[in-house]
Write a protein that binds this ligand. Sequence first.
Ligand code: FAD
Ligand code: SF4
Length: 513
Amino acid sequence: TATLRLILGDQLNASHSWFKDVSPNTVYLIAELAQEATYATHHVQKVCAFFSAMAEFANALANCGHQVIYLTLDETQHYPDLPALLEHIITSKQLTAFDYQQPDEYRLAQQLGELAWPNVTKSKYDSEHFLLPFDDIKAQFAPNKHVKMEFFYRRMRKRFNVLMQDVEPLGGQWNFDQQNREHFKQQDLADIPSPLLFANDVSAILTRLKRHNINTIGKAQSSLLWPVNRRQARQLLDYFCQHLLIRFGRFQDAMTENSRADWSLYHSRLSFAINAKMISPNEVIHKVIQHWQAHQHDISLTQVEGFVRQILGWREYVRGIYWGNMPNYATKNALQAQRPLPNYFWTANTKMNCMHQAIKQSLDYAYAHHIQRLMVTGCFSLLAGLHPDEVDQWYLGIYIDAIEWVEMPNTRGMTQFADGGIVATKPYAASGNYLNKMSDYCKTCHYNVKLKTEANACPFNSLYWHFIERHHAQFSRNPRMTMVYKNWQKMDTHMQQAIIDKANTLLENIENL
Ligand code: FAD
Ligand code: SF4
């Protein structure tokens, strides 16, 4: 038999058992496809990063002796979609077997699941990437049911024996989040290391995107700073261990626009490399723990636990939420949010400094760190009642690491509460006070974070109370929100009305904030 094996753009896993043996009867296909470049309007750096990493992977496979078909947009342009391309290759080469790996996205799983050709055997393989086996998801993530991340994470720690001492968590505590919520003080800023940036030439890809009229957003860079192969992914991981891990947890939630700090602070920027499977979550976790074990006099467990929680906890958890709840998850809109996204999400032209900084950085680098995504753009979208379909599309397009399985539970679930509480037990709604505490954005903002109703009052303040008031029915009986509703009720009715009026005026003029 002669077999065609498909490798999707986020399946660049060199350790996959497929590649253990070289066979003259197996041909691997890696293809740039318009369907993938256009299912959302992507950041140009994201498309370049995927295409470049795919080409690198194809080269690496060929160098190991595997047979590889690598097709660019030039060669795939005449096929309307992936099934049409596969059909052509299978019939023209008279192949008798088709293998693929379980896609992480529902859309692709459906598309590949439906394929069938006479006299061709189709087989699906595990992607051999995640810690939690795909078949275990259904048992842990029942549809429409809230699953608490913390308990999932503890089960994962035990199951995979990560940061454990027998059956107890190392350090006697599962979670060090309370110690991990510092903002930057002036004296902290000078210590922040510059990010490790690569310089991968993607000029040919940029030309190709233009030639094929692929619509993108964000700032193009012919010299791509993101990792595009395993070697670079490992360099980034080493850099993280050596320079960033030491304060990762401590400043995980902090934000700054100070020019002495670079844009990615103490974050690893590994998400693209991990999501494209150039490096495995297991390798990342163990490398970080190993590094910590060798440097325990410098690096505290708090920093390491904070990092491990993101990958062993959150990352595996959102995948479970996605597969446990798709396809219904994609249409959930529990808070009936209907407003379209204002134009400044694509231009960063807004007087709200926090929004300007988060969006500008996203347009420049296809990157914002977790708290910028959650508490700036995410929180604003929640407070303003922006439609989760539009919010999802924006997040899915703009970030270097955005693939639906990880983007959607974070966006629709965690930030927008559109899933009605499958992910979060209460909405991540906050007034300007939170942003003022965790960042220096308010200091230079056009708006005043201390004011609620005045002309120059911070929009987050009145929008916050508007959100609380308009969702009274959903949240007032939520025990985690009792205090908030008490505070609202304690407020003078004239003040309440002034705040609601102010928020309504802002919402009517949302494009001009
Ligand atoms: P670090 O801060 O260094 O964290 C280390 C790693 O932990 C990340 O590389 C990532 O693999 C993992 N991680 C951390 N938080 C999460 C999380 N909540 N969910 C899943 N993995 C996590 N992450 C994506 O990979 N793709 C997305 O499309 C995506 N969309 C998001 C949308 C919103 C609204 C929010 C609030 C978060 C989103 N995240 C997404 C999670 C998180 O913001 C990014 O993983 C992180 O910012 C990537 O930067 P980093 O590699 O420097 O992360
Ligand atoms: Fe953002 Fe309000 Fe602070 Fe301005 S004042 S940066 S809008 S939180």
